[in-house]
Design a protein around this ligand. Sequence first.
Ligand code: ADP
Ligand code: MG
Length: 456
Amino acid sequence: MKKVNGHLNKIWKDILTEVEKSVDDIVFNTYFKDSDIYKITDNKKVLVEVGNNLQKMVFMEMIDLIVEKTAIVLEETYSVEIYNKDELETLLEAEQQDTNKFMTLPLNVDFKDNIQNQYTFDNFVVGDSNRESHSAALASALSPGHFYNPLFIFGNSGLGKTHLLHSIGNYAKKNKKDQKLLYITSNDFITKVVKSFKMNRIEEFKQDMYNLDILLVDDIQFLAGKDKSHEIFFYIFNELVNNKKQIVLTSDKHPTEIKGLEERLISRFYSGLSVGLDSPEFEVAKAILDKKLEQQMINPDNIDEDVLSYLATHFSKDVRKLEGALNRLIFYSINFADNDRITMEVATKAFHNHTNRERDTLSVDSIKDTVANYYGLTVKQIDSKNRTRIIVNARHISMYLIRKHLDISFSKIGEEIGGRDHSTVVSAYDKIQNLLKKESSYQVAINEIERKILNQ
Ligand code: ADP
Ligand code: MG
């Protein structure tokens, strides 16, 4: 495939020898050793081929160093471009079609739709927590641009936003062959915008985007504060929506709650439909477990019912964690358990040894829950404005423990506990800390609550 000749090889070898002098052995051996030169162009560019994206990222991080070393060997400054195998293949194809075209090749030589085929509507379990989002997503795939535009899907991490975006892509591709799609994270979008500006190709980039039928942008919240990308996104957004092309966006927050997004963009997001995703209810969590077992071709009959119920109860806040817990269990049973059946005993052992368990299951909700239970209250009462002494006390202890065990800002804690402000939480935290020093009854109570929190 490559048109590398002996001379080029020698040049690259010399460059690598130079690089080797400046980086750790382990870095050199892991990332540099099996890179290759593809060609040197007339306009002083060195095109380098690497095996995978990680390698490419490392090269990009060290691009200054590589340029410097290249200049030493070639005795002149050259710019260096890094391509992974796929990109190079696209490049080659394009070159073959038109040998002159190379220099003006679209920036995104890797123009792929990025849709991952393992995420489909077929393997997305639907329940009350995600019914609305699922149904809106399917509608946008079925008839892009015709229903809600944009469709905005929001929800906490691990609840299926990315899964839904890929499902839309897969469905739309199957449904109508000649559509142009793109799945992109907002971070990649930003990178591309920055790169296009650098290469003076922003118009080409916009044009590429205008040609899409469906644009799926994941985690749009990361666009916040990125002014240039905002601007470009705004143009692309308007152009696509005006032409009845479908846009689907996801975010961990409702559009109005993303700080650092421009008003005009928020109001555009708002003009379509916003749908939310929640944590799955127990039955859905169990159905998700069944789906995941099916995908891994594991017979669910080999797992005791109470084990699945245990997982569905303890890990359903976040489907990613639910999956992680199931994988851990399967891994454990294959490697350490004596027989093929996964029983509650196996599960207990699997999770007992899980050193990260504390971090995995601890959350604002689990702490509030435990404190409320301890005092015979409800979480609602903790969040409420009620000033009864015992409730105020439980509220303050919740704030204290959340701050102590989770890395969350005081203002965020305030938000999570009935929308209180930052200073209320700070003074609650100080109060409990002081009481703990003075009163042994507090020490006993809080010790006991902490024990419960950490043993969930
Ligand atoms: P998000 O993008 O919201 O953080 P993901 O879409 O990456 O979450 O989902 C995390 C994991 O949970 C993925 O492996 C996904 O397949 C799975 N998942 C989430 N919701 C469901 C569901 N309803 N049915 C099946 N799998 C799901
Ligand atoms: Mg995601």
